[in-house]
Design a protein around this ligand. Structure first.
Ligand SMILES: Nc1nc2c(c(=O)[nH]1)N[C@H]1C(S)=C(S)[C@@H](COP(=O)(O)OP(=O)(O)OC[C@H]3O[C@@H](n4cnc5c(=O)[nH]c(N)nc54)[C@H](O)[C@@H]3O)O[C@H]1N2
Ligand SMILES: Nc1nc2c(c(=O)[nH]1)N[C@H]1C(S)=C(S)[C@@H](COP(=O)(O)OP(=O)(O)OC[C@H]3O[C@@H](n4cnc5c(=O)[nH]c(N)nc54)[C@H](O)[C@@H]3O)O[C@H]1N2
Ligand SMILES: [Mo]
Length: 773
């Protein structure tokens, strides 16, 4: 049995090797993403031995990262080299000069979770500069505590999907409910319940409205109403809806009086008393492209029905991404259904699997990470700003902060050359530190941009225990194959480094893998017993596999308790209520995030003058055939490519206007970069919008060039690297204009899956550690 972020599978073994991964019977809608895992195990792109960038060995720092051959070294030499550099940097510059944010999803499994491992290791060696928030919902995570006291309704605390199926009459889904995204859940998922829940809601007569630039954001359901909307203009649409409610007296004044604060200040803006511009449906229509009559009809339907406002996480990964969430909560407060079964709002219902699924009665332990004595941090998506501008000031959630001076970057379990925006800028920033160490299993772009690369086993090559806060199971994840080449688990690599740095005992606590698994299982059992759940002994658990667990007893709708008694269950906001106007945010004085939700024009959108040069809005959404960049090298992801490139969907009219046909190779470009993609035509997209999912391994035609042609279809060479606002500083990937043209030259070969040039290991090839780098 193996647990992955996309499901739980049994292995069919042949000749002692896994031949096929079969989803467990409990899963009503298994994901095919696992299909590409087994062939990737022995792909030529596997990293089999420790390797060091060639000119790093001869003492040259940054310049050349990502554009050089590597030299393979024996483990001991590579470990000595890494430990020596870490020690030197720590002694000369202090622990805060080590950036260990190491953002990324890693693999499922509690023990071998790479982030937990790297953070634990860096803590034991004295700490590191960390990162806060995530690429998924940073803007939400920072604004919501100001509005509702915490971030409930984003990653947890949702009204359950089964309550929606039972009670919701009108389901308004901004960004749809794409089943493709609910395939995955961090830490593993046993039951994919989203498709069944959507079907059940429909059977119960719920009307579903998909407000999105893409029709099939509610997959397979053609009977839903589709309201195409220009990307990044949802706030204007919601203001139009709110205007109808307010001007026709359809809003719930009593709820606003008892449970919210600041509505009047907002209404001054809404009705135009504050700025002379009433946010009428006509005003909204001119911005978002939704006809005024449709806005009026939808607004009038909302208070007549039990209405759930669902919104994907994608909407807040955009310029001013805080606003759509604040506005959605405001709209829900105006409807007065927050806290009722099937009413109110919820974010990210389909963004990952398990949102709105019942939680287990047991809270699980994770690998303890120790304490980080270093206080320094950055908002996660500000990494390039930090590397390019040490000592520079920036704003964040009311603080004026200074970027630290980073000398070493340590990454295990994430791929910044997948996840970060404006990769050409990141490549410049990435040349700055003295040292970059990466652990990965494949020669993907982050490994190629390292100085020292440690090859790690995949989840299929080691034992682990998996459980998730969004599902009701615990399962062993069994080792199915022997480690490829000389690969080792992250844990062993960190233990070996810890030995060299004098913190082996603290890091390992004297345990090997098996002892840790037993220890974590014991902790799990303690928690389970406390919750009245019986667990078998470790041997039985290990052999029997999957354990299904009882659901937590009370799982009321989001804010049900607050609705019932707003005084006793006051929110942790200054007023104790939902803050439609926030005096705290207003006092920050950020023009890009004022004191109440507002329409703020994004820097790049279909209504901007920039469309003269770049007339198409690029949505780089999540890929259907993989998790981010993981297993892009595997057969399942590769089967989706067109002429070897990532498929880009385009409306037939946009294609025809440019002489582009189905299956053509195109060049997608703007002022930040250019990539190739393979076109597939679809009228599921609104005209003016193109969709190129993330995750194709970055593959420049000339790795030494400042702005190379990316050959494989990585949209992050095009996206803009700027914070959502001074408030949250979240990533804003979804605000991006591009132009597309046919690519008529001989297509350059895709080399993303070809390892870099490797020189063999030779004894004594490591330089002396006193040598300056
Ligand atoms: N344009 C655009 N960009 C985006 C987004 C978008 O919508 N648009 N979405 C953003 C979001 S929400 C996210 S969460 C990020 C995701 O970004 P990441 O989480 O960084 O992406 P992954 O491809 O999952 O990277 C995980 C890496 O860890 C490696 N790995 C897996 N298991 C292990 C292990 O056990 N040990 C070690 N050492 N390595 C392991 C994998 O091989 C892979 O290289 O991307 C962000 N980027
Ligand atoms: N298969 C698969 N599933 C995944 C992932 C993956 O890599 N692969 N990644 C996971 C991760 S880490 C995360 S954080 C979640 C992210 O989950 P989401 O953020 O919800 O995912 P996206 O696919 O970026 O966006 C969903 C849809 O929102 C729509 N959309 C984009 N911009 C706008 C807009 O301005 N207005 C409106 N109304 N709609 C818009 C797009 O049409 C898009 O298809 O997905 C998770 N699920
Ligand atoms: Mo994410």
């Amino acid at each position: 049995m193996i647990v992955t972020h996309w499901g739980v599978y049994h292995a069919e073994m042949r000749d002692g090797r896994p031949a096929r991964l079969v989803p467990v019977a409990d899963d009503p809608a298994p994901s095919p993403i696992a299909d590409g895992m087994l062939d990737a195990l022995h792909s030529p792109a596997r990293i089999l031995r420790p390797a060091v960038r060639r000119s790093f060995l001869t003492g040259q720092a940054g310049a050349g990262r990502g554009a050089e051959p590597f030299v393979e070294l024996p483990w001991d030499e590579a470990l000595d080299l890494a430990a020596g550099h870490l020690r030197r940097i720590r002694d000369e510059h202090g622990n805060q000069a080590i950036f260990g944010g190491s953002y990324g999803w890693s693999s499922a499994g509690r023990f071998h979770h790479a982030q937990s491992q790297v953070h634990r290791f860096l803590n034991m060696m004295g700490g590191y500069t960390r990162s806060v928030q995530n690429y998924s919902f940073a803007a939400a995570d920072v604004i919501l505590p100001h509005v509702t006291g915490d971030s409930r309704g984003v990653a947890k605390g949702h009204t359950l999907l089964r309550d929606i199926a039972q009670h919701t009459e009108l389901l308004i889904a901004f960004g749809g409910l794409p089943a493709k995204n609910a395939q995955v859940s961090a830490g593993g998922i046993l039951r994919h319940i989203l498709p069944g829940s959507v079907a059940a809601a429909e059977r119960n007569g719920a009307r579903m409205v998909n407000i999105s630039p893409i029709r099939d954001d509610i997959e397979g359901r053609h009977d839903v109403d589709w309201i195409p909307i220009r990307p990044n203009t949802d706030v204007a649409l919601m203001l139009g809806l709110a205007h109808v409610l307010a001007s026709e007296g359809l809003h719930d004044r009593a709820f606003l009086d008892s449970h919210a604060t600041g509505y009047d200040r907002f209404e001054d803006y809404l009705l135009g008393r504050a700025d002379g511009t009433p946010k009428t449906p006509e005003w909204a229509a001119a911005i978002c492209g939704v006809p005024a009559d449709s806005i009026r009809d939808l607004a009038r339907a909302m208070p007549r029905h039990r209405t759930m406002i669902a919104m994907a996480w994608s909407l807040q990964r955009a310029d001013h991404g805080e606003q759509p969430y604040w506005m959605a909560i405001t709209l829900a407060a105006m409807l007065g259904q927050i806290g009722l079964p099937g009413g109110g709002y919820g974010f990210g219902y389909a963004s990952v699997g398990g949102i709105g699924a019942p939680a287990a009665a047991v809270a699980w332990p994770s690998l303890p990470q120790g304490r980080n004595p270093v206080q320094e941090f950055i908002p996660v998506a500000r990494i390039a700003d930090m590397l390019l501008g040490p000592g520079e000031r920036y704003d964040y959630n009311g603080q004026s902060r200074v970027y630290p001076d980073i000398r070493a970057v340590y990454w295990a379990g994430g791929n910044p050359f997948h996840h970060h925006q404006d990769l050409n800028r990141l490549r410049r920033a990435w040349q700055k530190p003295d040292l970059v160490i990466v652990h990965d299993s494949w020669w993907n772009p982050v490994a190629r941009h390292a100085d020292i690369v440690f090859p790690v086993t995949t989840a299929l090559e080691r034992n682990d225990i998996a459980c998730s806060s969004r599902d009701t199971f615990i399962a062993p994840s069994h080792k199915l194959a022997e480690p490829a080449g000389e690969t080792r688990p992250d844990y062993e690599i960190f233990a070996a480094l810890a030995k060299r740095l004098g913190c082996w005992q603290e890091f390992t606590e004297g345990r090997d893998e098996e002892a840790w698994l037993r220890h974590l299982y014991d902790l799990a059992c303690e928690q389970a017993v406390g919750s009245g759940v019986n667990m078998p002994d470790f041997e039985t658990f290990w052999q029997e596999g999957l354990r299904d667990l009882p659901e937590a007893a009370q799982q009321p709708p989001l804010f049900a308790a607050y609705r019932a008694d707003p005084a006793a269950n006051a929110l942790r906001t200054p007023s104790g209520r939902i803050e439609i106007h926030s005096a705290v945010i207003e006092k920050f004085g950020y023009a890009d995030c004022p004191g109440h939700p507002a329409w703020l024009e994004p820097l790049e959108w279909l209504g901007s003058e920039k469309t003269r040069d770049y007339p198409l809005h690029l949505l780089s959404n999540q890929p259907k055939t993989r998790l981010h960049s993981q297993y892009d090298v595997g057969s399942h992801s590769r089967a989706s490519k067109i002429k070897g490139r990532e498929p880009m969907r385009m409306h037939p009219d946009d294609a025809a206007a440019r002489g582009i046909r189905e299956g053509d190779l195109v060049r997608v470009f703007n002022g930040r970069g250019a990539c190739l993609a393979g076109v597939t035509l679809s009228d599921a997209l609104m005209p003016g919008v193109v969709q190129l999912s993330t995750g194709a391994w970055f593959d420049p035609d000339d790795p030494a060039a400042a702005m190379p042609l990316e050959k494989h279809g990585n949209p992050n060479v095009l996206t803009r690297d700027a914070g959502t606002s001074r408030l949250a500083q979240g990533p804003s990937a979804n605000s991006c204009l591009v132009e597309v043209e046919p690519f008529r030259q001989a297509p350059p070969a895709v080399t993303a899956f070809t390892p870099p040039e490797l020189a063999p290991a030779g004894p004594g090839s490591a330089p002396s550690l006193t040598q300056k780098t």
